[in-house]
Write a protein that binds this ligand. Structure first.
Ligand code: CP3
Length: 388
């Protein structure tokens, strides 16, 4: 069985002490296709199904992982987190490591995603931001003018030493299973900083973007620098891929996205290109933006559940893998419904040059972990195949 219950580790992750003694970052060597891989890149995972699919190389079945796979739907997560505030857990390398491994042990997913949050680098860069349980990120003094932007200093790698340490421990434990590092996109980070709290439409953020373009540019410029450093830290410590969560980018029009958001996201993917790891670009409600998300420069475009993958294929220029896109709410339905809908996603995914199975957004806390286990097995049991 690829998964086990109750945080009992499988043999793969058992020899923790021995594994920790290994250097997770082997020296430069020729990659599977003969290209020279660069030091700092985790070469152990280069031939894993997830990395191969990111690079649009053939795989026997679609690789699968889930956004928010580590979280409140898992009893072992709730037990580990009990009594510890979210951002305290995100600053503790042992807790980060344990929580990140939980869904890999339980489901046998094809990738781990670092347990952290998009606001972690902002807090590490000195901002007084917190995550309120059941609410999300809140900032008592939202950013509204140039003086507020000046409060946002740059991020030094040493500010997030706990992340580097966790990534090193994780890559040693994970072996050939890739670890995905991540960051929030500059637009989504700005949403929380300008509105000061979660919202459906982030009206203050959009009005600042329209009405104060110079202030917007200086805010997003700083957030872009912080994001680049945060992602580089994770890659240098051994992360095999990165995902940029620009979750709320879908609330602006394509024209405004192109003018006021895309240049910053593009700068992130350009800066990351030399790191040699695949990059994924994801947002919610981005049906009208999928082509532009691809243009920003990632290898993989994440699709939410509103656009079928065989339609998304036509919205994204050739040369990209697609990730997605089962509606997370489908997992609350009976298993035969999940099976049918997941099979449809896999079928439509065959029209893409390459497909990574995922949900269209994060796992809902009320999801039954057994359904996720069955879903993972179903994806693995379905042969991949490109219709192209
Ligand atoms: O995917 C994973 O398993 C990795 C963990 C992860 C978390 N946050 C942990 C978390 C990731 C990738 C994120 C990213 C994140 N954080 C995003 C982008 C992804 C998305 O969902 O669109 C956003 C917008 C945030 C901001 C944020 N943090 C929100 C809106 C919330 C939810 C508030 C709530 O309690 O419902 C958080 C808190 C948070 N981040 C939790 C987790 C597991 C829940 C807190 C808890 O367990 O107490």
């Amino acid at each position: 069985m690829p998964w086990t219950f109750g945080g009992v580790s499988s043999g793969r992750f058992g020899a923790k002490a021995a594994a920790l003694g290994r250097d997770p970052r082997p020296a430069a060597r020729a990659g599977p296709r003969g290209y020279e891989t660069i030091p700092g890149v985790n070469n152990q995972t280069a031939d894993s199904p997830f990395i191969r699919a990111c690079r649009r190389q053939p795989v026997s079945s679609a690789p699968v992982w889930y956004m928010r796979q580590a979280g409140r739907s898992l009893p072992e997560y709730r037990a580990t987190r009990a009594g510890t505030a979210m951002l305290d857990a995100c600053s503790n390398p042992d807790l980060i490591t344990e929580i990140t491994l939980q869904p890999v042990r339980r489901f046998g997913v094809d990738a781990a995603i670092l347990f952290s949050d998009i606001v972690v680098p902002l807090r590490a860069a000195g901002l007084d931001i917190d995550i309120r349980p059941g609410v999300g990120p809140v900032l008592d003094k939202p950013i509204r003018d140039e003086d507020d932007v000046a409060r946002l200093r740059g991020l030094e790698p040493g500010d997030v030493a706990f992340v580097s340490q966790a990534v090193e421990m994780l890559t040693a434990e994970l072996g050939e299973t890739p670890l995905i590092g991540f960051a929030g996109g500059p637009f989504t980070l700005a949403c929380y900083l300008v509105d000061g709290a979660p919202s459906k439409t982030f009206d203050r953020t959009r009005s600042l973007m329209y009405g104060a373009p110079a202030l917007w540019a200086s805010l997003l410029g700083r957030l872009t620098d912080i994001t680049i450093t945060f992602l580089q830290v994770q890659v240098q410590a051994g992360a095999s891929a990165v995902q940029l969560f620009d979750s709320w980018a879908g609330i602006v029009s394509p024209e405004d996205y192109q003018r006021s958001v895309l240049p910053f996201s593009r700068r992130i993917f350009t800066a990351l290109a030399s790191a040699g790891v695949p990059a994924i670009h994801f947002g919610v409600g981005t049906g009208e933006l999928l082509g532009l998300l691809g243009e920003a420069g990632a290898d993989v475009v994440g699709v939410d559940w509103r656009v079928p993958l065989d339609d998304a294929v036509h919205r994204v220029a050739p040369g990209k893998a697609l990730q997605g896109n089962l509606d997370p709410a489908i997992l609350l339905a009976p298993w035969p419904v999940v099976r049918e809908r997941a099979s449809e996603v896999l079928e439509k995914g065959r029209t893409a040059e390459s497909h990574i199975f995922n949900l269209g957004h994060g796992v809902l806390p009320e999801t039954d972990p057994d359904i996720l286990a069955r879903l993972t097995d179903l994806v693995h049991a379905t042969p991949a195949g490109s219709a192209r």
